[in-house]
Design a protein around this ligand. Structure first.
Ligand SMILES: [Zn+2]
Length: 450
């Protein structure tokens, strides 16, 4: 008998491997951070003995989900500015951010966001916000797998360190997390309308030097496209391309307003696009041309966007929107089958983010980022096609147990490494202060205009 740390037995395994292998009454053997074996429970029980054994009780075992676009720090401002357009929404949000984005508050925000994401079966996030070092150390402690890094916003940022100081801070972060097990450093210029060309180029040079991803908003609204066109004489994709910034290391968020030739350009350059349908619908930004993107060959990932814009970090809802919205828009019920949709938050996402060798599927040698879904629920009964269940019926309330990097983080609905109730209480208190500050701002601006 081979000794392993953890055995998970008696589950329906949806591996998301290239062949789409599904194993009934299957399990996993886990040693340290990684998967040692995937197979039938009977065979695993004969081959391995473990320090701890989890009986999955027939639940679905699958790779943890990848949220490819989020701004965790904005969690403090969830629901603060409802139901308005993106640009005035951003203006109000930036007032609140200017006052409350501090290292201490960001720690609370990112911890709460990670709690929310883990409860929702997300084990990896591409997260754009200030103070990436605070994000990274919180993620390492939890643990949680995070792709994050220096944010660039030429209009001024909360860290207030433009120029040489910003470059040094960026290098320090990239040096510190190069080779980290859980943190993958990347460059995060906010957008082509919010970052000057020189600053964009600085992020690109760093991305190339450190062999890192570059994540940027692209063509989210008509106003953004018009602004960039007026300023530089080119639409956002051509503007980025003129700076040499479209490549397989480029991960674009949104891409709502793309023309066919722009989609072809993205394909030629090998860039990937993160579709955020729930955020785009709520802010009335539009509907991204996902059928054309997939047909032309652009890898499409899914993201919740930040909790200030799309209000929750529920990737299951995003997945269901992505899998249904484009069927309705194209009039084609066959478009984007459930398995392919599910790959957008697992294997396809992992490949596009350069971590396909680590996560995105359950295979021997990969890191054990695993979620267990309780299927003893009325809405998951009966079960004929597991992909259909996962995309059209399952939700974050069904997540029972989560392992990240081989470690049990959520066990039967309870966090094992972090004080969830304490953090939630602190954020509620902070929220009262933020509400009072915003109310005072409104009174102040009314007085000024009178
Ligand atoms: Zn965003």
């Amino acid at each position: 008998m081979q000794q392993v740390d953890t055995l998970i037995l008696h589950s329906l395994i949806v591996t998301m491997d290239p062949a789409g292998t599904i194993i009934e009454d299957g399990g996993l053997a886990i040693t340290g951070t990684s998967i040692t074996a995937v197979g039938s429970s009977e065979v695993l029980e004969q081959q391995f003995q473990a320090d701890q054994t989890i009986d999955a009780g027939g639940g679905i075992l699958m790779p943890g989900l990848i949220n490819a676009h989020v701004h965790s720090g904005d969690l403090l401002f969830r629901g603060l500015v409802p139901d308005i357009e993106l640009e005035p929404w951003l203006e109000q949000l930036w007032v609140a951010e200017g006052e409350y984005v501090t290292p201490e508050n960001m720690l609370l925000a990112v911890q709460t966001a990670m709690l929310e994401m883990i409860r929702g079966g997300i084990t990896t996030a591409l997260d754009m916000f200030w103070y990436p070092d605070i994000y990274a150390s919180a993620a390492e402690k939890l643990p949680f797998r995070l792709i994050t890094g220096p944010v660039y916003l030429t209009l001024g940022g909360q860290e207030n360190n433009a120029g040489q100081a910003r470059l040094e801070a960026a290098r320090a972060f990239l040096d510190m997390y190069r080779g980290s097990e859980l943190i993958r450093p990347c460059l995060m210029p906010h957008g082509t309308y919010t970052v000057a060309p020189d600053d964009l180029l600085e992020t690109w040079q760093l991305a190339e030097e450190y062999d890192a991803l570059l994540h940027i908003h692209l063509s989210e609204t008509r106003t953004e496209v018009a602004t960039v066109e007026e300023r530089y004489g080119r639409r956002p994709p051509a503007h980025l391309d003129s700076l040499g910034m479209l490549s397989p290391r480029t991960i674009l968020a949104h891409g709502v307003h793309l023309e066919q030739e722009e989609i072809e350009l993205l394909t030629e350059r090998g860039a990937s696009l993160v579709h955020c349908p729930v955020s785009n619908l709520k802010l009335a930004s539009g509907i991204a041309p996902v059928p054309a993107l997939l047909e032309t060959g652009v890898p499409v990932l899914l993201g919740t966007d930040g909790p200030a814009s799309s209000n929750d970090l529920d990737l299951w809802i995003v997945l269901r929107f992505a899998a249904t919205l484009h069927k309705a828009v194209s009039g084609d019920p066959v478009f984007l089958p459930a398995e392919q949709a599910l790959r957008m938050v697992t294997s396809t996402a992992a490949e596009a983010l350069g971590i396909g060798h680590l996560v995105g599927s359950l295979e021997p040698g990969k890191r054990a980022d695993v979620i267990l879904i309780d299927t003893k629920k009325p809405h998951l009964t009966p079960l004929y096609n597991v992909y259909s269940h996962l995309v059209y019926a399952a939700g974050r309330g069904d997540i029972e147990t989560v392992l990240i990097n081989g470690r049990i983080v959520l066990e039967k609905g309870k966090f094992t490494t972090i004080d969830e109730a304490g953090i939630i209480a602190e954020v509620h208190e902070l929220g009262k202060n933020i509400a009072a500050f915003m109310a005072a701002q409104k009174t102040g601006s009314r007085q000024r205009t009178q």
